[in-house]
Write a protein that binds this ligand. Structure first.
Ligand code: NAP
Length: 341
C-alpha cells in the first residue's frame, strides 16, 4: 500500500537510513526518524517512493569522505517520487519526478529517506511511458549506461559496426548497458569475474560471455588484436587499458568507473594508429537537455524489455546487507529500494 502525499506526518518526521560517525572514527548506519525541517533549503520537497543502490551510495554509507564530507548523513544518489510542494513554477504538487546525481546523496541528504528537498534545476519529470518504479530500476546505473550508448552512437558505432564489449558486466551499469544495447540490436560481449552468472548475463542480452581475465593484458604490447567496435567500461585500471588496446579502427571506448583503481596506463597508438576515441561519462553533471533526451529514450525505444523484472527490491531496513554485498563486488544486477510499499 503506497502512502499518499496527504499523509505527511504532523511532526514532519520521516524514516531514513542515517549514517553516523562514531567517536572512534567508525561509521554506523541505522533506519531512524529524521525531520523535514532538517532537510536543506531548496525549491522542491519530494516525497520519495523509490531509490536504488549504486556503488557510490555504498562508499557514502561507509564514510568515504571523498563522497560525503559531513555526517550524520542520508545517502542515496537516486530518488523518484511525487512533488509535495514547490517554490518553482516548473513543478506542481503531485508531479512524478526523478533526481539522479548532482549532489544528491553526496553532501545533500539523499534518496534513502522518505523525503528530499532539492533545487528545481536537478529535477527531471518522469516521462509518461516510464513508471516511477521503472525509473529507479534504471536509476543512475541505467542513466550512465545510456550516456555510454549515446557516446557510441554519436561516434557512429551502430549494430553493424561489430561487437561491443561491456566490462563489470554483472554490475548495475554493466548489466543495464547490456540490456539497452541488446534492445538496440547490438551484439554484446560481457566480461565478468562471475562466470557462474552466465545465464543471468545472457538473459540481460549478452550474445557471449568471457572471463574478465581476457581483458587484463599485462604485456607491454601497445596494440592487441582488434576485437571491439565499441566498449562500455565500468571498471577502469588494467581492464580499461586492455580494452583500449583491443578496440578496432575508429572504435569508441566509453568509461565511467574506477572499481579497479583510478589510474590509467595507456599509450598513444590506439588513438593515433586506430583512431580510437576515449569518451568519459559523468552522469552526475550531465547537462539537462541531454539528461531529458536520454530519459525520454529510456522510456521508449531504449527501454529494456522486461525492465520491471530487472531488479530485486529491498526496503530501507534491508539495505544494510545489500550495501555490504555491493562493496564486496558480490551484487548481481540492480537493487531497487522501495520506501513506501
Ligand atoms: N561516472 C559516472 O557517472 C558513474 C555513474 C555510475 C557508476 N559509476 C562507477 O562505475 C562503476 C560501476 O558502478 P556500478 O554501480 O555498476 O557498480 P557495481 O554494481 O558494484 O558493479 C561493479 C562491477 O565491477 C566488477 N568488479 C568488481 N570488482 C572487480 C575487480 N576487482 N576487478 C574487475 N572487475 C570487478 C563486478 O562485475 P563482474 O563480477 O561481472 O566482473 C561488479 O559487479 C563504479 O566505479 C561506479 O563508481 C560512475
Amino acid at each position: 500500500m503506497v502512502k499518499t502525499i496527504d499523509e505527511i506526518p504532523m511532526n514532519n518526521s520521516f524514516k531514513a537510513l542515517v549514517v553516523t560517525e562514531q567517536e572512534d572514527g567508525t561509521f554506523n548506519r541505522s533506519v531512524r526518524d529524521w525531520s523535514i525541517d532538517d532537510l536543506p533549503d531548496g525549491d522542491v520537497l519530494i516525497e520519495v517512493h523509490y531509490s536504488s543502490l549504486n556503488y557510490k551510495d555504498a562508499l557514502s554509507a561507509t564514510g568515504n569522505k571523498g563522497v560525503t564530507r559531513d555526517f550524520p548523513h542520508i545517502p542515496g544518489i537516486d530518488a523518484a517520487g511525487k512533488v509535495t510542494n514547490s517554490d518553482d513554477d516548473r513543478f506542481n504538487k503531485g508531479d512524478s519526478v526523478l533526481v539522479t546525481g548532482y549532489d544528491l546523496g553526496q553532501n545533500t541528504f539523499g534518496g534513502f529517506g522518505e523525503y528530499i528537498r532539492v533545487p528545481a534545476d536537478w529535477i527531471v519529470p518522469i516521462p509518461e511511458k516510464l513508471s516511477m518504479r521503472e525509473s529507479m530500476i534504471l536509476g543512475t546505473a541505467g542513466f550512465t549506461a545510456a550516456i555510454g550508448v549515446h557516446h557510441l552512437r554519436h561516434n557512429e558505432i551502430y549494430p553493424d559496426s561489430g561487437n561491443v564489449l561491456v566490462t563489470g558486466a554483472t554490475g548495475g551499469v554493466g548489466s543495464l548497458a547490456i540490456a539497452i544495447l541488446d534492445k538496440l540490436g547490438y551484439e554484446v560481449t560481457a566480461a565478468t569475474g562471475k562466470m557462474d552468472q552466465t545465464d543471468f548475463l545472457k538473459q540481460m542480452g549478452a550474445a557471449s560471455v568471457i572471463h574478465r581475465d581476457e581483458v587484463q593484458d599485462k604485456s607491454s604490447k601497445p596494440l592487441l588484436s582488434g576485437r571491439w567496435a565499441g566498449v562500455i567500461d565500468t571498471v577502469g585500471g588494467i581492464m580499461l587499458d586492455t580494452a583500449i588496446r583491443q578496440t578496432k579502427h575508429n572504435g569508441t571506448v566509453a568509461c565511467c568507473g574506477n572499481v579497479l583503481g583510478h589510474e590509467l596506463n595507456t599509450n598513444v597508438y590506439p588513438f593515433i594508429l586506430r583512431g580510437v576515441t576515449l569518451a568519459g561519462m559523468d552522469s552526475g553533471n550531465c547537462l539537462m537537455d541531454l539528461r531529458k533526451e536520454l530519459w525520454n529514450k529510456l522510456s521508449d525505444d531504449w527501454k529494456p524489455d522486461n525492465l520491471g523484472q530487472l531488479a530485486k527490491t529491498c526496503s530501507l531496513q534491508e539495505l544494510n546487507n545489500e550495501i555490504d554485498q555491493i562493496l564486496d563486488g558480490k551484487q548481481v544486477g540492480r537493487v531497487l529500494v522501495s520506501l513506501r510499499d
